[in-house]
Design a protein around this ligand. Structure first.
Ligand code: PLP
Length: 453
């Protein structure tokens, strides 16, 4: 075992953590994860947790896969690093780009490599505006995103995203970004049926375009299912209506696939699940199952052709765009996903199995709604069962309490406001799914008891 207290003190003295209250961390100490295997995490005190969040929604093939480690080792021994700038490349970047062209929908034949989802959305931001410049419609600068959308933490990612707490730090969004409502029926649907609300939320896009002026709007960006915003699964009417509107106004559709991509919904990409045809597709996370940092923007022929036929140099790129070791990790990861048919498994085996059990948690007195698509789900915790208009006050305290209880019960869940989120590795077995649901049930019971006291 590890000297936990000593490690915590050193951590608090020298490390500012992302999305963390630094003051609280210094008082309480961090949780130190030392090992991971399959869907299981071990901390410095030897406690084991089921990784219900697949790390940060990324660990598709599970932890500790030797095949990926060996692929990275072999690549680093051969070529540790070289860049992809100035007409240079290397075999792993070529192989991965080709593989992505095969796996993604037919309009995508090219990828721009980056190091993360945030960098992917930075790239999207500049690519959209550059595309319209090249097309001679440079006034189309506005990009429309959604409230509570999450597109990363860089200036562009934060701006495109709709997290008000993030906007308030750093005076964001940057100019030229507009946000519309999210298709969050449980929280915001009022008296409308889910289908009516789905149409209403989609038509917010049309209203925004008309208000801003269609000649000024360049793109709409959205996650097929909003992840960090609380696993917002849109009503069936939503995406068809969005598709109609983006076509009508000829604006680019950007589907942020950083969470939904690579099998999370039981299709390779969330766009396929909803039958939408994006022009740009940011990807990251599941691309390498988190083994090494890598992301990309899938660029459709529509956009790529503008760059090829009309563009000069695109003045954009990162030192680690297409890093050879990261590409090798991604290739090995995708090979495992294909060989073990993990996407099909989510669609027709473990997905439906877990969904049935998860949705049955809606019976619990603390749960207002239990939703799940593929292997990503949420439980809405409510103070008054049967009344989805009543929320806990202040918002978020019960969710945080429930998340901490869940950790103590050996399950990692995430809290978004007062909903509990899971997004487990795609290799989750049936037995592990049972454990996940049992521990969730116990966590709900314990939280319910704690609130009564
Ligand atoms: N886009 C979406 C939909 C995400 O969920 C995330 C991260 O959670 C990002 C972008 C940012 O990715 P990264 O944290 O790799 O920068």
């Amino acid at each position: 075992l590890y000297p936990t207290k000593d490690l915590q003190a050193r951590d608090a003295a020298h490390h500012i953590h992302p999305f963390t209250d630094t003051g609280a961390l210094s008082r309480e100490g961090s949780r130190i994860i030392t090992h991971a295997e399959g869907v299981w995490l071990t901390d410095s005190d030897g406690n084991r947790y089921l990784d219900g969040m697949a790390g940060l929604w990324c660990s598709q093939v599970g932890h500790g896969r030797k095949e990926i480690v060996e692929a990275v080792h072999a690549q680093m021994s051969e070529l540790d690093y070289y860049n992809t700038f100035f007409k240079t490349t290397h075999p792993p970047a070529i192989e991965l780009a080709e593989k992505l062209a095969e796996l993604t929908p037919p309009q995508f034949n090219r990828v721009f490599f980056v190091g993360s989802g945030s960098e992917a959305n930075d790239t999207v931001f500049r690519m959209v505006r550059t595309y319209w410049d090249l097309m001679g419609e440079g006034e189309r600068k506005v990009i429309i995103g959604r409230w509570n959308g999450y597109h990363g933490s860089t200036l562009a990612g934060t701006s495109l995203g709709g997290m008000k707490a993030m906007h308030s730090q750093g005076d964001l969004p940057v100019p030229g970004v507009h946000h519309i409502a999210q298709p969050y029926w449980f929280g915001e649907g009022g008296d409308m049926s889910p289908d009516e609300f789905g149409l209403w939320a989609a038509r917010e896009l049309e209203r925004a375009i008309e208000e801003i002026g269609p000649e000024k709007v360049g793109a709409f960006i959205a996650e097929p299912v909003q992840g960090a915003g609380g696993v917002i699964i849109p009503p069936d009417t939503y995406w068809p209506e969005i598709s109609r509107i983006v076509k009508k106004y000829n604006i680019l559709l950007v589907a942020d696939e950083v969470i939904c991509g690579f099998g999370r919904l039981g299709t390779w990409f969330g766009s396929e699940y909803y039958g939408i045809e994006p022009d740009l597709m940011p990807i990251a996370k599941g691309l390498s199952s988190g083994y090494l940092p890598i992301g990309g923007v899938m660029v459709s022929d529509r956009v790529a052709n503008a760059f090829i036929e009309r563009g000069g140099e695109f003045f954009h790129g990162y030192t680690y765009s297409g890093h050879p070791a990261c590409c090798a990790a991604a290739i090995a990861n995708l090979e495992i996903m294909q060989r073990e048919k993990l996407v099909e498994r989510v669609a027709s085996d473990i997905g439906p199995y877990l969904q049935a059990k998860w949705k049955a948690l809606a019976e619990h007195p603390l749960v207002g709604e239990a939703r799940m698509v593929g292997l990503v789900g949420a439980l809405e915790l409510v103070p008054a069962k049967g009344d989805r208009r009543k929320a806990f006050a202040p918002v978020g305290e019960v969710g945080t309490l429930c998340r901490d209880i869940s950790f103590n019960n050996g399950l990692v869940m995430r809290a978004v406001r007062d909903s509990m989120i899971i997004s487990p590795p795609l290799v989750l077995s049936h037995d592990e799914a049972d454990i996940l649901v049992e521990r969730t049930q116990k966590t709900l019971d314990d939280t319910y008891q704690a609130l009564k006291r």
